[in-house]
Each structure stands twice: as C-alpha cells, then as structure tokens.
Design a binder for this molecule. Structure first.
Ligand code: NIG
Ligand code: FE
Length: 388
C-alpha cells in the first residue's frame, strides 16, 4: 500500500530499542509513522507529522509483531488421539513423528499448502508477523524438498530438518540415513532453505550424527539451529554453541555447563512452553538462563505432535505463569528474542528503518497479554505496513 500511515494515540509503545536500560524501550503517549512498509518515525503524539491515512489506537498498547522462530507447519493429519492418551498418562517420546511422516508423504502439494496457509493465517490473527517454518515430516529427498518449496512460499526463514528422526525404512541403518541427509537430500533442500536443524536427542540423532549433518549444512551455506535437551540432558546445547548456532531450542534439561556455554556465546536459548504444556512435562528454567545472562526467545513449536498451538500470546502467558519470566521479559523474548534467534535486525523492534510489523492490543499495556490469558487481545495487525 502506498502513501504514509500514522498510528496515533498510542498509550504504550513497545519499541524494544533498549534505551535507558529498559529492554522494552517503552514510550508513552506516542505515535508512529509508516512509509514504504517501514517505520519512518516515532515520537510523542503531540509532534506527530501529517500522513495520508491514520489509525487511532485510542490509548491502547502497540507492540512489534511477534516473531515465532520455531514452527513445523508443513504436515498432514493430526495426532489428537495421541494428545488424549498423554493426558491420560502416556509419556511423550517423539515416536508419533513417524505417523505424521506417513500422512505427509501421502498428501498432495495443495493439501500441504492449504495447511500452511491456514496455520499462517491463524498466526497472523494472533499477532505473529514473522514465522520460521521447518520441513521434517517428509524424510526422503522428494518430500523434504517439496516441504521446503511450499514453506518458502510463506517465509524466508525456512529450515531443513531432514534429521528429525530416522524414518522406518532406515531404522536398522541410521548411518546410511545420515549419508542420505548430507548428500542428495541436502542438495535438493538447500535451494529452498536458509537454516539447517537436527533433533539431537536420545532416540533421534546423537552428537556425532548431529555434528556431521550440521557441518554439511554449514558447508552448503545454511545457518545452524537445533532441537536440544528437550526430553533429557544431552550434548545438543553445547554442540550448538560449539558450531555457532543461532539458536538451540527447547533447553528443558540443562546442566550448569550448558548454561555456562550459552552465557559465553551469542547462541539464543529458544524456549517452547507449548511443548511442555501439551506433553505435560516440567517447564524449562527460564529464570536460571536469564539470570546467567543468556538471550532467551519464546516460540510456539507449532506441530501436530508435541505442541499444536499457533498462539504466541498463549506462550507469553505460559512463560510468565509457569517459567517465572516477567511479562516484560516474555514480551521481549517473543519479539526481539525471536528476531535474535533468526539473526534478524529488521523485525522484532519498532525503530526507524525496521519493518512496520506491529500489533495494536485491545488493552492499555503489554502486561495484559499474560494478565488476561486466552482472551483475543489482538485488535489489529500491520504486516509490512499493511493492515491485515
Ligand atoms: O519440537 N522434538 C522434535 N520435534 C517436534 C515434535 C514433533 C512431533 O512430535 O511431531 C518438537 O517438539
Ligand atoms: Fe520443534
């Protein structure tokens, strides 16, 4: 949309500019000017410039759009029965991933595309303006490549997760599967991928396999992120730090050495409380990470197995209530933290030059996201400066 747009009468503007020691960089009684899809100016409402169009925020809070840095949206079918069994006491093992692989392989391109479109629209309605999308339910050359090709229709942050689990047909020869992932599968996936990811966990890929796969991905020009320390302690977090990963995700079971490694690095710890909620597992200790100086992000992990939520506001509420993050820390982690986890500087903040991705809340303050859980507080979303 051409022309300028003024968002006026903002009671509380969260900029994330880190100014004056306030990570959220809150401005009161502010206005924000959008030009060419970017933030062109912010300042006191009384100094607001003229513009072609105007949105009156009516004293409400305005935040950067959420940056959901971890989502598995390319899949078919659901696993509601597995969820019901877990709520009746069954543990989560990740074994259900193979069920989704079968359904995904059998689905048409249009079915997969329709699912991504539906979930992406769900996310946008809940304030998410940037999303990372992983493959990982194809697990053969053709289905991983098409998963990423479809994901790339919706985001630039696409992640090759051919190493999600070893598919059934390779169950007795995992080394051969690692060779497939590093060879023809990576070659077919890389043109559509920005990142490479591995599920480094007992029952999935061990440290040696993960290191080999991530190194191949790096050599092909992909950035590293990984699923680490979700179901138990393990080598994933320290491996991620060693390889300069942008983010290690889950971080549910951490030793002091894991925390020290993260604190001395620029690797982000991405916490996915929807997974602990939906698998009825203990939550990660966000306080311990934050107090050690680790950069923390929040994401949904949206997938049909361990966390079938597309809602960042829900994750913010869980982080505050269950992981002892302050509302300010949780909002920062869901916006600027997600941007850091994707190594993006154009999103997750509302400062001049940033993308005009923002949320007008139906509330006077960011506090209400956790204070009013489950309430649809997203009044309006601007994506690239365009009202959605
Ligand atoms: O991040 N942990 C591995 N992958 C997903 C779960 C995928 C599934 O259960 O289908 C996760 O939780
Ligand atoms: Fe995941």
């Amino acid at each position: 949309m051409r022309g300028s747009l003024l968002v006026d009468h903002i009671g509380e503007l969260v900029t994330n500019d880190g100014r004056d020691g306030d990570p959220l960089g809150i401005r009161r009684d502010a206005a924000l000017l959008v030009e060419d899809g970017q933030v062109a100016w912010i300042g006191p409402a009384r100094d607001a410039p003229a513009a072609d169009r105007r949105i009156d925020a009516g004293g409400a809070a305005v935040l950067p759009g959420f940056v959901d840095s971890h989502a598995h949206l390319v899949f078919a079918g659901d696993r509601a029965a597995e969820f019901a069994a877990r709520m009746a006491g069954e543990p989560y093992t990740g074994g259900g991933i193979r069920t989704t692989v079968g359904a995904t392989r059998a689905a048409s391109d249009d079915d997969l595309r329709a699912t991504v479109r539906r979930l992406r629209a769900e996310m946008l309605r809940q304030g998410t303006t940037t999303v990372e999308i992983k493959s990982g339910y194809g697990l053969n050359v053709a289905d991983e490549a098409r998963s990423l090709r479809i994901a790339a229709e919706f985001t630039g942050d696409t992640t090759f997760l051919g190493a999600h689990v070893v598919p059934a047909e390779y169950a007795d020869r995992p080394d051969d599967y690692v060779g497939l992932v590093c060879g023809p599968m990576l070659a077919a996936a890389a043109p559509y991928a920005r990142w490479i990811d591995v599920f480094c966990e007992r029952g999935a890929f061990d440290a040696d396999h993960a290191r080999a796969i991530l190194a191949c991905g790096q050599a092909a020009g992909l950035g590293v992120r990984l699923h680490a320390n979700q179901l138990g302690p393990g080598p994933g977090v320290q491996l991620g730090v060693e390889l300069g990963a942008a983010s290690v995700d889950h971080c549910t079971h951490l030793t002091d050495a894991d925390i020290d490694a993260l604190a001395g690095s620029d690797t982000v710890a991405t916490l996915l409380p929807g997974a602990e909620f939906s698998t009825r597992s203990p939550y990660p200790d966000a306080r311990r990470l934050l107090d050690a100086g680790v950069t923390v992000a929040l994401a949904t992990d949206c997938n049909p197995g361990s966390s079938y939520t597309s809602s960042m506001p829900f994750c913010v509420a869980l982080a505050v209530r269950e992981m002892r993050m302050t509302p300010a820390e949780a909002v920062w982690a869901a916006t600027a933290g997600g941007a850091a986890a994707l190594r993006r500087t154009d999103v997750g903040r509302l400062t001049p030059g940033a993308r005009a991705d923002l949320i007008v809340l139906d509330a006077p303050s960011h506090l209400h996201l956790a204070y009013r859980p489950g309430v649809p507080l997203i009044r309006q979303v601007l994506h690239n400066g365009v009202p959605r």
